[in-house]
Design a protein around this ligand. Structure first.
Ligand SMILES: CCCCCCCCCC/C=C\C/C=C/C(=O)SCCNC(=O)CCNC(=O)[C@H](O)C(C)(C)COP(=O)(O)OP(=O)(O)OC[C@H]1O[C@@H](n2cnc3c(N)ncnc32)[C@H](O)[C@@H]1OP(=O)(O)O
Ligand code: FAD
Length: 649
């Protein structure tokens, strides 16, 4: 590539492995890389030019996103992109670190319809939804309740006289609040409401509800609807509110795959599937982990590491060139564990998607045995990885000094989009407690001799009482360390005598320990399967660093029961720091392997060519505040101060 910053060029000439081979590994094979690049070329043709998001108002961002939505849908149709991955590849270049106003239509509305609707209901609504004559959202959260689903207040009361459900918002706190696309975009929603029939409350059930006229898009009578206003981020999505005033829908519009209300109002539960109406949340949590890597951790460390290779600052040796800040050990300690985390979360996300589809297929066949474990694992990993991603993006920003604080860095947009995942789809603390609840039950089962499988099989294993960590730092010995910690937490966190709340801080730690063990195990198995020696070595170093950084940061957990001795902990710290200099040589190549387009990263600091300063200056000059040279506000507000005599003339 012409005119690449010389420092970056040198980094790329000095690596020890094939970037292309690692990209293929991250994609899941060369054929996937080739296909992805093909789709991305199509997307760049359509979306690479456009107004700078940073210089738009919120309303402009929403309108621009609607326009891009229409173009993206047209592109997918024109190019015959139907596979979820292909649609995603185009979508992420159309909406770099943004979301389309119709994001919930595909992410939650359609999956809920197809998984909770009867065949008739799917046949009626799916064709319309696939043609976008229906654009739907998923309306569960209310102003007064998001976490505690059983505390939601919206009611759906069956009227056998008219064979209708009456949807009603009985209180101010019962207004549906937050659903994405609800404010101005969606004309339908799947509404989660308390089902009342024959005077009895049967709890939360899903209802297909038309919100707006097909002809005019006006809200239907009995519906008050709108946008909830500016947020921390997600400017392009009109998260909205809706208030129902005795709004009637036909009986046939309760999604009745798992439970039915007959014409006479009789309630029928036709499934042993526990929490069947909670299913779509497991889907999104399971899918989210991969996206946190690809949309958050990986772009953030790409920006910070490329910038750290071109940024020269301060003086290490008299009369020498200012060093690349990537040569400071402190900068490496900030960034390389994050690089390792990006790989760890990506590999875990790929694994989580595989498990989800396996279990989902089993459930479709009526086998629900693995659902509790899937719910627990997806809840715990969603919490751990979204918290990790949030923390890491902020640390990457801080590592880039003043320019890291500029919108030109790309960090603000990435951060506000990713950090929302700590809250949506289940607030993280609550998700960790859900995971812990399952771990306690399975640990108690294991203590009574039950043989466990899957991600909790270790709870019925015998664990080493002393670490086998040596100066070799084998991946197996590191996995064993996390297995021991997780086991110990389950054992001590499960005292049935203690009250849940008094134990809940420890329980969240137990859930995190379980998820960390799972992530290190997945990382190790990926490394073991790598065939190319050079790639295996460098990815193995990242796995070691991911594990050692976590051991060092949580040293107390590992030395408290003597599992890791003080001498071994000294070895851990030594190896962690020596890995930093081992990884230094390949750092830029390891982020190049993510194969991001500059248009996706959206960062002047993280450009592939490393030409930061010239592009930063051009970007700043393009800011609307710089036109005209003297703003009208000068005359009104500054001149009276600066030139009081002149302003009186
Ligand atoms: C598809 C592509 C995705 C791409 C993703 C990228 C981008 C995404 C962009 C989207 C942006 C925003 C969308 C956001 C949407 C939302 O936020 S939707 C609303 C989400 N809300 C929640 O998650 C609420 C969290 N709260 C809960 O889930 C429940 O209240 C909670 C589980 C905490 C408790 O429920 P209760 O009914 O009170 O349960 P309880 O009585 O305590 O019993 C627990 C019992 O039930 C089992 N359980 C709980 N949940 C589930 C589940 N989902 N599936 C299966 N089983 C579940 C649990 O294991 C317990 O079982 P036990 O045997 O009794 O122990
Ligand atoms: C960007 C964004 C998009 C969203 N999109 C949608 C959507 O499309 N559809 C939808 O239905 N919802 C959506 N939501 C809402 C989201 O699902 C809820 O905000 C989320 O479930 C958290 O619930 P809450 O807001 O009631 O928080 P709360 O539960 O009130 O959390 C507040 C605090 O209370 C603590 N807490 C609550 N319960 C417990 C407990 N049992 N034990 C310990 N601590 C507890 C939490 O840990 C947290 O610290 C969205 C939210 C955001 C931010």
């Amino acid at each position: 590539m012409a005119n690449v910053n010389p420092d970056l060029r040198k980094e790329r000439e000095n690596g020890t492995f094939s970037v292309e081979k690692l990209t293929n590994l991250l994609d899941g094979g060369k054929h996937v890389t080739d296909r992805r690049r093909h789709v991305e070329r199509l997307a760049l043709n359509e979306f690479s030019k456009g107004e700078d998001y940073n210089f738009m108002s919120r309303k402009e961002r929403y309108i621009s996103a609607l326009h891009k939505t229409e173009r993206a849908l047209r592109c997918c149709k024109e190019y015959g992109l139907t596979k979820p991955d292909e649609v995603y590849w185009l979508w992420q270049l159309a909406f770099p670190h943004e979301a389309s106003p119709i994001q919930l239509h595909g992410d939650m509305f359609l999956p809920t319809l197809t998984r909770q609707g009867t065949e008739e209901q799917v046949n009626k609504y799916l064709p319309l939804a696939e043609k976008y004559q229906i654009i739907g959202t998923y309306a569960q959260t209310e102003m007064g309740h998001g976490t505690f689903i059983r505390g939601l207040e919206t009611t759906a009361t069956y009227d056998p006289q008219t064979e209708e459900f009456i949807l009603h918002s009985p209180t101010l706190t019962s207004l549906k609040w937050w659903p994405g696309g609800l404010g101005k975009t969606s004309n339908y929603a799947i509404v989660m409401a308390l089902l009342y029939t024959n005077g009895k409350n049967y709890g939360m059930h899903p209802f297909m509800v038309q919100l707006r006229s097909h002809e005019t898009h006006e809200p239907l009578p009995g519906i008050t609807i709108g946008d909830i206003g500016p947020k921390f981020g997600f400017d392009t999505i009109d998260n909205g509110f809706v208030q129902f005033d005795h709004f009637r829908i036909p009986r046939e519009d309760m999604l009745m795959k798992y439970s039915q209300v007959l014409k006479d109002g009789t309630y029928v539960k036709s499934t042993k599937l526990k929490k069947s109406s909670y299913g779509v949340m497991v889907l999104v949590r399971s899918m989210l982990i991969y996206y946190l890597a690809i949309q958050g951790l990986a772009p953030a460390c790409t920006i910070a590491i490329r910038y750290s290779a071109v940024r020269r600052q301060s003086e290490q040796t008299k009369s020498q060139l200012e060093p690349q800040i990537l040569d400071y050990q402190t900068q490496q300690y900030k960034l390389f564990p994050i690089l390792a985390s990006a790989y760890a979360v990506l590999f875990t996300g790929v694994k989580m998607k595989e498990i989800y589809y396996e279990v989902d297929n089993e459930i479709q066949q009526g086998h629900t045995e693995r659902l509790p474990e899937l719910h627990a694992l997806s809840s715990g990993l969603k919490a751990l990885t979204s918290s990790m991603a949030s923390w890491c993006i902020e640390r990457c920003r801080l590592a880039c000094g003043g320019h890291g604080y500029s919108a030109a860095s790309g960090f603000p947009k990435i951060y506000v989009a990713v950090t929302a995942a700590c809250t949506y789809e289940g607030e993280n603390t609550v998700m960790l407690l859900q995971c812990a609840r399952y771990l306690i039950k399975t640990y108690q089962g294991a203590s009574n001799g039950k043989k466990l499988s899957g991600s909790v099989s270790y709870l019925s294993d015998k664990v080493n009482s002393r670490s086998t960590i040596t100066s070799e730092f084998s991946l197996k010995s590191l996995v064993d360390a996390f297995k021991h910690r997780a086991f110990r937490f389950q054992a001590c966190g499960s005292d049935p005598e203690d009250s849940w709340n008094r134990n809940s801080v420890v329980l969240t730690k137990a859930a995190e320990a379980h998820c960390y063990y799972y992530m290190v195990s997945v990382f190790e198995s990926v490394v073991e399967a790598v065939e190319d020696d050079a790639v295996k070595r460098v990815v193995g170093q990242l796995c070691q660093l991911f594990a050692l950084f976590a051991i060092h940061e949580n040293a107390g957990d590992f030395v408290q029961d003597g599992f890791i001795s003080n001498d071994q902990m000294e070895l851990v710290k030594w190896k962690e720091l020596s890995l930093l200099s081992d990884i230094r040589r390949n750092a830029v190549l390891l982020v190049d392997a993510f194969d991001f387009h500059d248009e996706f990263i959206g960062s002047i600091l993280g450009r592939f060519d490393g030409n930061v300063y010239a592009n930063l200056f051009e970007w700043a000059k393009s800011s609307p505040l710089n036109k005209p040279e003297v703003q009208e506000s000068y005359i009104k507000y500054l001149q009276p101060l600066l030139n009081p005599n002149k302003s009186k003339l």
